[in-house]
Design a protein around this ligand. Structure first.
Ligand SMILES: [Zn+2]
Length: 247
């Protein structure tokens, strides 16, 4: 009975996501179309003895491709650039990281060497500097609009949460809210790495985000699935549960 149940689960799993399943085991690079010129890419990295996926996004414009957040798996830096070039014939020109951690900034030096303009907030830059992590070549000090070709990306700092410096990216046309690690996927049942988090401020930052962008069509969390756009509510619930069990 147990074996049968297990087999059924395995078969369903394989049918639903053969690609994700295969790559999740071996790592690699997965690119999935989101909408219009927007794509979500995923790489895997070992953390605390397990392989975890991390999401980034890129947008293809007629003036080159903009990458939001570096691959966590640095072995996928060049494959990501190659895939973008082959698929879209628009080489990467800009990379913006949404906070200081390696799953966002870990490709800055490589991208810089490839002639890609790397950007972060001043705050992220200072944290990277302090921790001797890879730094952006260019910094911005307040919420900034990036107009690249026909597309517009708006950065927004909603407040502290996962880290003191976490920002989100809003795409008005397609109503994409790229939340990065400020937002937990509905697939996440735990808070993940919170050593640098501001757990008190986090719920307020999320509410600010809900007020600012009330009807996103897509919400992209830093890790795991983005299929549900209930992930902000889910993050609020996780934070509440965490606060209750850690009074
Ligand atoms: Zn992080």
């Amino acid at each position: 009975m147990n074996i049968l149940k297990k087999m059924t689960t395995a078969v369903i799993g394989i049918c639903c996501s053969l690609n994700a399943f295969a790559q999740q085991r071996s790592g690699g690079l997965e690119i999935r179309h989101l909408t219009g010129d927007y794509y979500i890419y995923t790489t895997w990295h070992e953390w605390a003895g397990k392989l975890y996926p991390a999401n980034g996004m890129y947008v293809v414009t007629n003036k080159g491709t903009v990458i939001i957040d570096c691959p966590w798996d640095t072995a996928q830096l060049q494959p990501l650039l190659d895939s973008i070039e082959q698929k879209h014939h628009q080489p990467a020109v800009i990379c913006i990281a949404t906070h200081s951690h390696a799953d966002r900034t870990g490709g800055f030096d490589y991208f810089r060497k490839k002639g890609i303009k790397t950007y972060s907030t001043e705050q992220t830059y200072q944290i990277c500097r302090q921790k001797k992590e890879q730094e952006a070549a260019f910094r911005f000090t307040k919420d900034t609009v990036f107009r690249v070709g026909q597309h517009v990306l708006q950065t927004f700092f909603a407040g502290e949460g996962h880290t003191a410096d976490n920002i989100v990216i809003w795409v008005k046309d397609a109503r994409i809210l790229y939340g990065g690690c400020l937002i937990k996927s509905v697939d996440n049942q735990e808070m993940g790495y919170i050593a640098e988090s501001n757990l008190k401020a986090w719920p307020q930052s999320l509410r600010r985000l809900q007020q600012k962008y009330p009807r996103p069509a897509y919400i992209i969390p830093g890790h795991e699935s983005w299929a549900s756009n209930k992930s902000i509510i889910h993050t609020l619930q996780l934070l509440e549960a965490h606060a209750k069990s850690n009074p």
